[in-house]
Design a protein around this ligand. Structure first.
Ligand SMILES: [Zn+2]
Length: 247
């Protein structure tokens, strides 16, 4: 994380803390704090079996749908990632990107604030968004440092939130010009992890299983120790899997 602002010591400390948990689908560093920072109060809340959701009146009409999506996916995600006894997770739903950014420091649409809280932009309705962030919460229970292995961190969230993008529609995959795990870990570009990550975890769970996915998350993505493949061998296996399955 590179911070260019020097506004105050407290801001820098805050930015450092925020950088500990990467935001999704946005820049990978906290934004310049030049934009309006009027905090929005999430004055309404609802509790479901496994979540506490905080939001504003502006989004009240969307919250039943978000709650249903989270609850519908909770059993599968906690089973796949082996976390049946999670504490209640708090989801913060901000009315727009400006208020989200003011509260979190991220120029993005979603992020996690540690293992038991996530924040998202509520509008427009995008049901997979809080589910994706919830997967990150669960992964942090497996490994508090899981966010540092970006390719596996995001690929797991994309797969478990069922954000499938067909490889035939992603030029780097369709052309057989697959990125390396190191390349997708920078998050940006046409061939970014959000577009290509699904099949990485699909390969892991189909060939080795969810226990090995969990072991890999715990091992900071060390494919050699968990799967018996070097990074290069794993990348080759991924390319072969994508070609045979989808192209
Ligand atoms: Zn993510």
């Amino acid at each position: 994380m590179k911070s260019t602002h020097r506004k105050s010591t407290s801001y820098i400390l805050l930015a450092t803390a925020l950088a500990a948990f990467a935001a999704c689908r946005g820049t990978s560093s906290p934004t310049d704090p030049g934009m309006p920072t009027t905090p929005v109060s999430l004055s309404l809340s609802m509790e479901t079996a496994h979540f506490r959701l905080e939001y504003t009146a502006q989004d009240a009409d969307k919250m039943d749908a978000y709650a249903a999506a989270l609850e519908a996916n909770h059993p599968r995600i906690t089973r796949d990632l082996g976390q049946p006894n999670l504490p209640r997770i708090t989801g913060r739903f901000f009315p727009d990107r400006a208020s989200y950014t003011a509260a979190t420091g991220w120029d993005a649409t979603g992020s996690v604030d540690g293992p038991t809280m996530f924040s998202v932009v509520a509008s427009p309705l995008q049901l997979s968004l809080p589910v994706h962030e919830f997967v990150h919460n669960v992964a942090l229970h497996l490994n508090p440092d899981a966010y540092q292995t970006v390719w596996l961190w995001e690929a797991t969230a994309v797969f478990e939130a069922e954000e499938f993008v067909h490889p035939a529609t992603v030029p780097c995959l369709a052309d057989g010009d697959l990125p390396t795990l190191a390349q997708v870990s920078v998050r940006t570009g046409d061939c970014n992890i959000y577009r290509v990550g699904y099949t990485i975890v699909e390969l892991i769970v189909e060939r080795w299983g969810f226990a090995e996915l969990r072991a890999l998350i715990r091992a900071d993505g060390d494919t050699q120790s968990v799967l018996g493949l070097s990074t290069r061998e794993f990348e080759a296996a991924w390319e072969e899997f994508v070609e045979k399955r989808y192209l």
